[in-house]
Design a protein around this ligand. Structure first.
Ligand code: IMP
Ligand code: MG
Length: 178
């Protein structure tokens, strides 16, 4: 597995330190609000587990799973598994692995907005602004790391469903996905 990695972009120590900081921010901003953290599967799983353990105020977990239709480029999306909690009047924070073109976050955001939450914010581990679809005007409220335009894997992120279990964020050797 390590042979497929060109370089380590974010070490596990850097991830840990930054997530601790985000945890302090979220704890401060959501104290007493009983927020619902909605994780977008599957890429967010590793970040989610580390992130929520840095939240030192009562909160609730939920998850959704979306996918894009096969065969389309810019993509219609669909909800494959919706959240289970009633989000009306709740303070909701979307947790995502990466904000890339923004198409999937945009879809998730507007899907959850229809459920009439009291507030809806976005927390993403990684942001790749160079790749953003210009039609997506959303911005993340909490960002772990802004990264350059490279394809990264590890810490939940995959290439063809592999590499999610690497404990760091690394750049995949480009010859592997040509
Ligand atoms: P979007 O382009 O912002 O809609 O991101 C869609 C999804 O593409 C993300 O949730 C990730 O699962 C995946 N993705 C985007 N960039 C990368 C990357 O660099 N490595 C692995 N997955 C990525
Ligand atoms: Mg994802």
């Amino acid at each position: 597995m390590m042979n497929d990695i060109e370089s380590i972009l974010i070490t596990r120590e850097q991830l840990e330190a930054r997530i601790r900081e985000l945890g302090e921010e979220l704890t401060r901003d959501y104290a007493g609000k009983d927020p619902v953290f909605v994780g977008v599967l599957k890429g967010v799983v590793v970040f989610y587990a580390d992130m929520v353990r840095q939240i030192q105020t009562p909160c609730q977990f939920d998850f959704m799973w979306i996918s894009s239709y096969k065969g389309t480029q810019s993509g219609g999306m669909e909800v494959r598994r919706d959240v289970s909690a009633d989000l009306e009047g709740r303070h909701v924070v979307i947790l995502e692995d990466i904000f890339d073109t923004g198409n999937s976050l945009n879809y998730t955001y507007h899907h959850l907005l229809k459920k009439k939450p009291a507030s809806l914010k976005i927390c993403t581990l990684l942001d790749k602004p160079e790749r953003r679809n210009p039609e997506v005007t959303l911005q993340a409220d909490y960002t772990g790391f802004v990264i350059p335009n490279a394809f990264v894997v590890g810490y939940g992120l995959d290439y063809n469903e592999h590499y999610r279990n690497l404990p760091f964020v690394g750049v995949l050797k480009p010859e592997l996905y040509k």
